[in-house]
Ligand binder design. Structure first.
Ligand SMILES: [Mg+2]
Length: 253
């Protein structure tokens, strides 16, 4: 049997070493304990590539989610759309990492920040809010990491089949990056094309970058850019703990 990386099998107290494909001499086979023989078999099997892993990965099911043309002279603001979102006067704006999903730096998989999040988003949608995610993603510097991230957003969309939403992502440190308000201005322009003026007092923003100090339960916030962004836009601000879990306010200093 051919193998690029031979599995070495140690035969108990005999201190003999076999390479993958070797048959232990009869004398040694007889002296092998039952568990040694089993280990020998499983080690040899593990050295083969199981056909399941050799197959190409199944494409991620993204559902009716699409990426529109990016905004900005350097296309630094990505714009994605799930289903057919209506332009509403009230906007439920949310940060993504650390707010809607647990922050992660690679991979297509994602985890909700809390299990209540998808239900809450569906509820907001039913109540007539336009749901819009605003995310700083200047860390996505290569095409590879950007493509992975885009796939992850597709997976999030597929997990929200009843929630039309938009997502904006600022790829550079320019006017689109929170706390600058470029992403919000693009939303206002889109809504204005539908003759909808956003009612800021009926809208709100949820984000984890709130400048909170370290507590027993949580590390210090890495930034206050979400809180600053909501103030610059002029809409009420909540942390994910306040909004999703109903915890008392600690961000309204
Ligand atoms: Mg965040």
């Amino acid at each position: 049997m051919a193998s690029t990386s031979p599995a070495k099998i140690y035969l108990g107290s005999k201190k003999r070493v076999l390479e993958t494909g070797d048959t232990p001499p009869a004398k040694i086979q007889k002296s092998m304990s039952r568990s040694s023989r089993l280990n020998n078999d499983s080690a040899l099997n593990a050295a083969k590539v199981h056909p399941f892993f050799a197959k190409p990965a199944k494409p991620v099911e993204t559902g009716p989610f699409r990426w529109e043309s990016p905004f900005g002279a350097t296309k630094s603001c990505l714009h994605g759309v799930n289903l057919e979102p209506k332009s509403s006067t009230k906007v439920a704006a949310l940060d993504l990492d650390g707010t809607v999903i647990v922050q992660s730096f690679n991979g297509v998989d994602f985890r909700w920040w809390n299990k209540c999040v998808p239900g809450k988003l569906a509820e907001l949608s039913k109540e007539g809010y336009s749901i819009v995610f605003f995310s700083n993603q200047a860390g996505l510097k290569s095409d590879l990491t950007r493509d992975k991230w885009k796939k992850k957003v597709g997976s999030i969309a597929a997990a929200l089949p009843d929630v039309p939403f938009r997502i904006f992502a600022a790829l550079k440190k320019d006017k689109y990056r929170k706390p600058d308000v470029g992403m919000w201005e693009e939303l206002e322009t889109l809504f204005a094309a539908d003759n909808v003026e956003i009612d800021k007092s009926a809208s709100f923003f949820v984000g984890d970058a709130a400048g909170r100090p370290k507590t027993a339960k949580r590390e210090k916030d890495f930034h206050d850019s979400d809180k600053e962004w909501a103030a610059a836009v002029g809409i009420p601000f909540f942390t994910p703990e306040e909004y999703f879990l109903g915890e008392p306010s600690e961000s309204k200093s």
